[in-house]
Design a protein around this ligand. Sequence first.
Ligand code: GLN
Length: 203
Amino acid sequence: MVVRVGLCMLQGARHAHIRSLEHASEEGNIPIIIHELRTASQFKKYKCDVYVLPGGETTTMRRTGGSLENGGSGLLQSLFSHLRESNAPVLGTCAGAILLCNPDDGGEPLLPASIERNAYGRQVDSFQDSVNVRLFDRQFPGVFIRAPRFEQSSINCESIATHDGEIVGIMHESRVALTFHPELTDDSGFHVWLLQQAFNSSE
Ligand code: GLN
């Protein structure tokens, strides 16, 4: 099986995800094709098995990927509707996590948690620190860039990563939202996990 990965190319850390996906494909010995998605029509054309929603700026992504009526490409609406219908696995990092928790399209959130943008402060408050990842039972290099924060008491799904005792990664079905950037590290653990989900969901 070749796993078709839909990578949302609206803005932000897209190319780093391509590199991490390629590493993950080698590491997990899982052949992949990466489809770069920018518009609703591309989304329909490439039926993908798993999706990646990168970090960046949610304001820009909501504008570029917003509804066709508002001058956007329609990508986000297509993605969110498809995720709700199909339960396809998705990895959302940083801004991607914000969009999954708060899709703002009139439908149900893709992950049941409230999330606050820029909750650690400004750009100078960005930091790197080790994150405890329960999903892999090991430490992971956490890169937090103008990161959001889950409202801890609002989380209504599984915690998969913590930093300083605070939840920074959550999972609901095969949807993962991280407030940090795994694609900016050499550790492709989360990308391997995502590719493996394609096999689980095809069973
Ligand atoms: N600060 C960004 C936002 O609120 C998210 C930061 C990121 O993705 N690195 O959209």
